[in-house]
Design a protein around this ligand. Structure first.
Ligand SMILES: [Zn+2]
Length: 274
């Protein structure tokens, strides 16, 4: 059984302090044993150590696949079928997708939390109004820029970098290919540009971040806090050096394949020009 006190001590051990914001990604089951008080206790412990917490509260359940759209978008148009039929209308109180984990949903429901208004890629946060307000339809990951400027951390609780949304923000800065997706809203179908690629290959960043990572162990869960600004710089530098870094190995991955094709295309263009 993991206690509230152990959680608080763990978060202090990785260097969380009041005032310095964190974006948190967590798996409650990763502890391998019961957390006394469940997700409420986990969130309470986090808020006992820092007063500025954000989590992705993404709502993939609003997504639709249209019949037609722009080329090279890693999407088979017209293949929506059941997904389109089951799509939910975006609303500000729509629960976060289950993939976001129970901590993100608990944060979203917290009485002090606010949520940004993106119909797919919203963030929930306490004490981070300026970060939430930075988000636009065109710049869905702008809240992470604000967190980086504030000297924030990425906190990974029993999860690895495959869920680290901040790496997507760094990809965008580095000029990596972005996609367009569509959300069902009460005002109609909304086109959402700046949609990130696949994150299945992201844990390859781990060794490059060692010097900015503080970590501890709680039960079976590894707790890592990674300083956000150097994380972004490290990813940007890596992608400028090796443009196909951090892509996944699945031959069926539409977004990674499209990214590789785009890179090959731009190499051809620069060779022709050169
Ligand atoms: Zn992939």
């Amino acid at each position: 059984m993991i206690s509230f006190r152990e959680l608080v001590n763990g978060f202090r051990e990785v260097g969380l302090v009041p005032g310095r914001p964190v974006i948190v990604h967590a798996s409650l089951s990763s502890f391998g044993e019961e957390v006394r008080g469940g997700v409420g206790s986990l969130l309470g412990a986090l808020l006992a150590v820092t007063n500025r917490v954000m989590a992705p509260a993404f709502t993939y359940q609003t997504m639709l696949i249209p019949e037609t759209g722009p080329e090279n978008n890693a999407l088979v148009y017209g293949s929506g079928g059941d997904l389109n039929r089951m799509a939910e209308f975006y609303r500000p109180d729509l629960p976060a997708d289950r993939m976001m984990g129970v901590l993100a949903e608990a944060l979203r429901r917290h009485p002090l939390a606010r949520r940004s208004a993106h119909p797919i890629l919203s963030f929930a946060a306490i004490g981070l109004e300026s970060a939430l307000n930075a988000q636009t339809l065109e710049e869905p990951l702008a809240p992470l820029r604000v967190l980086a400027e504030m000297g924030g951390d990425v906190l990974l609780i029993g999860v690895d970098h495959r869920v680290n949304t901040s790496i997507h923000y760094a990809e965008r800065i580095a000029g990596r290919r972005q996609f367009i997706r569509w959300a069902l809203t009460p005002k109609g179908v909304v086109e959402c540009p700046g949609f990130p690629g696949c994150s299945e290959g992201f844990d390859q960043i781990q060794p490059f971040l060692a010097e900015f990572t503080r970590q501890t162990q709680l039960g079976m869960a590894r707790i890592q806090a990674v300083a956000l600004a150097p994380l972004v710089k490290t990813v940007v530098d890596l992608l400028r050096e090796s443009p196909d870094a951090l892509l996944c190995d699945s031959p069926h991955c539409e977004r990674c394949n499209e990214t590789r094709i785009g890179l090959a295309r731009s190499r051809e263009v620069s060779e022709t020009e050169g």
